[in-house]
Design a protein around this ligand. Structure first.
Ligand code: C2E
Ligand code: MG
Ligand code: MG
Ligand code: MG
Length: 287
């Protein structure tokens, strides 16, 4: 935090202050340069999507994928969404970038169909600003029309914080999406402060247990109880539950034993480039 750094610098004398000032200017400069480059990234075709497999625990079958954006920066290499999505949310670029993600994910799922594969669900992460746009529903409708994807194969991932503001408006949007047969999931569930009363009013299809609870679910009794409670909560509300961040066989065993429906994580499958995903699915079909 820049203010805190400034305060520390000022209170520890002039030399330190100059040091902090230099460091801060360098960091701010880097951020500004990155933000400048972000404005051209769509036009220069620098984004791509990776797809991480999601399995149904009862059958072990791949039933979906989550689309995860990457920015291949021409000089800095691959940049994580954690480093540019917040920036894009701040300057509004998230709207065109988010539209590109929706279009690309839906189009590539249709390409899988064209390769002879069965329909696969694709989950797309949304930002609060996208959901808040007045024409969001028509953007979705246009994407469905333009790509021809079965709406039931599109899942939109929301977070608790996104749905806690303007609750009545958001419920209206979610109901419209639900009526279009699009699936909705709550990402990183358990890390925000969602009111359980609201949960009942949202037409949510799936809760995603945050990876922070899965990490020690096999060794920490608190994490185990939290995971079990989220599974029970989802099932009592008649919604599905998926665990993210499954990194070890012990995680998978725990989730199966506790009746979790679906899972995703490095132990099940890394995020893959589209061509790798298609090859893997085609190979699985032959087997
Ligand atoms: P998320 O939606 O919670 O996605 C899960 C993140 O966990 C991904 O990181 C994924 O690569 C990572 N992950 C998957 N399996 C494991 C595992 O077993 N262990 C651990 N430790 N991590 C695992 P990624 O791809 O860096 O994405 C980070 C976040 O960026 C996402 O979190 C999502 O909030 C955001 N994001 C990604 N793509 C998009 C996008 O297209 N639009 C928006 N608005 N946000 C996006
Ligand atoms: Mg997600
Ligand atoms: Mg998540
Ligand atoms: Mg997460």
């Amino acid at each position: 935090n820049a203010d805190a750094a400034m305060y520390r610098a000022k209170s520890s004398g002039r030399n330190n202050f100059q040091f902090y000032e230099k460091e801060m200017n360098a960091r701010t400069g880097q951020r500004l340069a990155l933000e400048h480059d972000l404005w051209g990234a769509l036009e220069n075709d620098e984004f791509h999507l990776l797809y991480q497999p999601q399995i149904e625990l009862a059958s072990g079958r791949i039933i979906g994928v989550e689309a995860l954006i990457r920015w291949g920066h021409p000089r800095r290499g691959l940049i994580s969404p954690l480093d540019f999505i917040p920036m894009a949310e701040h300057n509004g670029l998230i709207i065109p970038i988010g539209n590109w993600v929706l279009q690309t994910a839906c189009r590539q799922m249709c390409e899988l169909l064209a390769s002879g594969l069965p329909p696969l669900r694709v989950a797309v992460n949304l930002s609060a600003r996208q959901l808040g746009e007045k024409d969001f529903i028509s953007v979705i409708r246009r994407t469905l029309d333009a790509t021809g994807i079965d709406p039931n194969c599109l899942e939109l991932e929301l977070t608790e914080s996104m749905v806690m503001h303007n609750v009545e408006d958001i419920i209206g949007v979610l109901k419209a999406l639900n009526a279009m047969k699009i699936q909705l999931s709550l990402d990183d569930f358990g890390t925000g402060f969602s009111s359980l009363a609201y949960l009942k009013r949202f037409p949510i299809d799936r809760l995603k247990i945050d990876q922070s609870f899965i990490f020690n679910c096999d060794s920490d009794p608190d994490d185990a109880v939290i995971s079990q409670t989220i599974i029970a909560l989802a099932h009592n509300l008649k919604i599905k539950v998926i665990a993210e961040g499954v990194e070890r066989p012990e995680h998978l065993a725990f989730l199966k034993q506790n009746g979790c429906d679906e899972a995703q994580g490095y132990f099940i499958g890394q995020p893959l480039a589209f061509d790798e995903l298609r090859s893997m699915l085609l190979a699985g079909q032959e087997a």
